[in-house]
Design a protein around this ligand. Structure first.
Ligand code: ADP
Ligand code: MG
Length: 727
């Protein structure tokens, strides 16, 4: 790089862009599920009886026998080796929030010197990674390092390519030697069974004896940023923290609203197409792609799937977005707030419940007021979000998401439910047993153009400010962060809805009414009345809402540390332990891990600000001061009219003021960082990070950003927002 970093960056951007890679791909219909050991392959390759039993495991949680596992492992291995795989791995989701894998070769030497490929049922069912370096929140000390991974037969195995290497991935859970869950998947599967059991009680009460289970379906809409990888490589903050700790706003941000749903550039479209192809090969139904609100921000949405698959698949989406971006000379930023001043990224978690015959339990039908079963499930969700809201809030905690929630671009930390006026009217009328056709205003919209067909009006409008919105036949939990696993919020959602369904099922069964309609009309008014305060159809970003919510008694847990302090409240414990989703010990471990994670994130950012501040920004500021001082000396000798302003002095004073403030703040940060490092106690450390370090980082940023706007552009050492966001 030349002695002018800016000139070098500009030359880089003006040079020919890297040639886009071209990937050949079969048509989608051929590609879809190609690398997945899916039901079709299983039917072809497994004996019929084994296939049937595996189906009942997948559908109805029937345990799998060791002899069946042997047969399945052998078929899986043959398929993987035919396709060119040499290794297999249990693939799991430890509490670090990312996925983990440890590859083993199929190859096994025999005593007579031969080589055989081995993959037994035992190897399929159980793996034994050294668990000592995964977060366990005190469940396991490093000298008791044993941990087990166990095959999850309900999520199909797949082949994943890295470079030219193909590996068989076996989705797995991760347990400690003492049997406690050390991962995200185990409680997710438990929560799914819990919600199924309670929902079945309701369906049985309504006389449905056919359905065998209820499953949650989830469709996560994933937002992300793409920036030029060459610029990314010049920003240590993006590389190490995933967000810019400094950066003055670009002259143009998102104010013109010209990026949202704008035409997708050929380069980005090439990237998106390749991402989709890779996802389709894995059987991940990527469907929607578009430009998002902020410049350089995009979204990918798959079609919804069973919750367990949706969670696994979202982890793969994150991985494939990141890896494919690198191949296109791009860096994919998944952090919740990579850039100050423009929108951050979230993940809308669309969630619903469906029975084993595929009926969506949140489908209101044409006459919701007379659809008592729908009204029961609706009441359960209102109760879950109202009475059991803290687990949901905890499900979306994280240092990154704290920059977004409540920042006028994402829903606030107050959990309320948007039902839309029509459904709210139905619920209100239901309380007085008055709901009827009069409370319902469906109908069609006329576009006023005679050639166009009338458009059916949705029963709810959109309210993008709501954290938890009913959107026709599903709920959309919008507070999830873009980088987060969707497992924790969905575990919380399933667990709290299971509790609410249980409460309502108890009331129905105790109502003394065996006629389900009459029983529903008897007990639901009380539930609706109790939980109507959680319904809010207004603007969640409005400052008045905070006051209003307080009056309604809704929690407003503004940041992660505050929310996590409630993790061990008795009501929260009850939600998780009542149906065995998490044990008390697992819950305490998770609280500890999340707090540690928060502290570590803030400390990484602190160290970045210290290093960049002292060794990158200050030297540039001082060079600028020296130049201005030299200039002042030189021009002092020249004659000039007395009254005229002295630009060299003004400039010197301006840069001096910010440089002096920056130096003082960096010194303070150094001191506080040492003090907090020595503080004992997780909560004290976390509060210190939140109340002392983060505000200092913000103050330092203000000085650095002011310097960025003043210092000679040619010597500013970092790529600026304009270059990062507008490529
Ligand atoms: P939006 O109105 O939010 O744009 P879309 O129809 O585009 O809704 O769907 C957004 C996401 O919600 C997609 O992933 C979609 O598959 C998912 N989705 C649709 N119906 C359901 C459902 N019943 N349960 C769960 N997710 C659903
Ligand atoms: Mg949406």
């Amino acid at each position: 790089m030349s002695d002018s970093p800016r000139r070098a960056i500009r030359a880089l951007l003006a040079s020919k862009p890297p040639v886009l890679p071209v990937f050949a791909s079969p048509p989608p219909a051929e590609l879809f599920g190609r690398d997945l050991f899916n039901l079709k392959l299983m039917r072809e390759r497994l004996p019929k009886s084994v296939y049937q039993r595996l189906l009942s495991t997948i559908d109805d949680d029937a345990p799998i026998s060791p002899s069946d596992a042997d047969v399945i492992a052998s078929a899986m291995k043959d398929w993987a080796i035919e396709r060119g795989a040499t290794h297999y791995t249990h693939w799991f989701q430890p509490l670090s929030g990312v996925t983990a894998e440890k590859h083993d070769a199929f190859l096994t030497p025999t005593s007579n010197g031969d080589i055989i490929n081995e993959f037994s049922g035992k190897m399929l069912i159980k793996g034994e990674p050294d668990a000592s370096s995964f977060p366990s929140g005190g469940i396991r000390s490093t000298f008791e390092a044993r941990g087990y991974t166990a095959w999850d037969p309900t999520s199909p195995a797949f082949l994943l390519k890295s470079g030219e290497r193909l590996t068989l991935y076996v989705p797995s859970i991760f347990l400690s030697h003492t049997g406690e869950a050390l991962d995200a998947k185990t409680p997710l599967l438990r929560s799914q069974e819990a919600v199924s059991r309670q929902a079945l009680r309701i369906l049985r009460f309504f006389g449905n004896d056919r359905v065998t289970r209820v499953r949650a379906n989830v469709g996560p809409e994933q937002e992300y940023f793409l920036v030029d990888r060459r610029l990314y490589n010049l920003r240590p903050d993006l590389i190490m923290a995933g967000r810019t700790v400094f950066g003055a706003p670009a002259p143009k941000g998102q104010e013109l609203e010209d990026h949202y749903f704008g035409a997708i550039s050929p380069k980005i479209l090439a990237f998106m197409t390749e991402v989709e192809n890779r996802l389709w090969a894995l059987g991940i139904p990527a469907r929607t792609r578009h430009n998002e609100v902020a410049p350089a921000q995009f979204e990918l949405a798959p079609l919804y799937e069973n919750i367990n698959l949706a969670v696994d698949h979202n982890m793969l989406v994150l991985k494939i977005l990141r890896e494919t971006a690198a191949e296109f000379g791009l860096a994919c930023l998944l952090h919740e707030k990579p850039f100050a001043g423009v929108n951050g990224s979230g993940k809308h978690n669309n969630w619903s419940l469906a029975d084993s015959e595929g009926n969506n339990l949140f489908e209101p039908g044409p006459t919701p007021w007379s659809n008592s079963q729908f009204m029961v499930f609706l009441a359960a969700v209102l109760r879950a979000v109202h009475k059991y809201s803290i687990p949901l809030r905890i499900g979306v905690t994280g240092a990154g998401n704290d920059f977004r929630l409540g920042a006028n671009e994402a829903p606030p930390a107050i959990l309320s439910v948007f039902l839309g006026d029509q459904l709210t009217d139905v619920v209100t009328a239901f309380v007085d047993n008055k709901a009827d056709a009069e409370t319902w205003r469906g109908g069609a919209m006329a576009p006023g153009v005679s050639a166009l067909a009338p458009l059916a009006r949705d029963i709810t409008d959109r309210n993008r400010t709501s954290p938890f919105a009913f959107t026709g036949n599903k709920f959309e939990f919008r507070a999830v962060g873009s980088s987060q696993s969707i497992a924790p919020p969905n575990i919380a959602l399933n667990a709290s809805v299971a509790c609410a369904l249980e409460d309502i099922a108890n009331a129905l069964e105790k109502s003394g009414q065996s006629d389900p309609e009459k029983a529903a009309h008897l007990i639901l008014p009380k539930f609706f009345e109790e939980h109507l305060p959680v319904v809010f159809n207004g603007n969640n970003y409005a400052p008045e809402w905070e006051e209003d919510a307080k009056k309604r008694g809704l929690w407003n847990l503004k940041d992660s540390v505050t929310a996590l302090a409630h993790y061990t409240d008795s009501e929260v414990k009850d939600v998780f332990t009542r149906h065995g989703v998490l044990t008390e010990r697992e819950l305490e471990a998770r609280q500890e891990i999340l707090l540690e994670n928060y502290i570590k994130n803030v400390h990484v950012e602190t160290k970045l600000v210290q290093t960049l501040g002292w060794s990158t920004i200050l030297p540039v500021a001082l060079t600028t001061l020296k130049k201005a001082a030299d200039l002042a000396k030189a021009v002092a000798e020249l004659p000039r009219p007395a009254a005229v302003i002295k630009p060299e002095e003004r400039y010197y004073q301006k840069v001096y003021a910010h440089t002096a403030a920056l130096t003082a703040l960096l010194e303070e940060l150094d001191k506080k960082h040492v003090e907090l490092d020595a503080t004992e106690g997780l909560f004290l450390k976390a509060e210190g990070a939140r109340d002392i370090l983060l505000p200092l980082l913000a103050k330092i940023r203000a000085e650095v950003d002011a310097l960025e706007l003043a210092v000679d552009d040619n010597i500013w050492p970092l790529p600026k927002y304009g270059e990062l966001l507008w490529q």
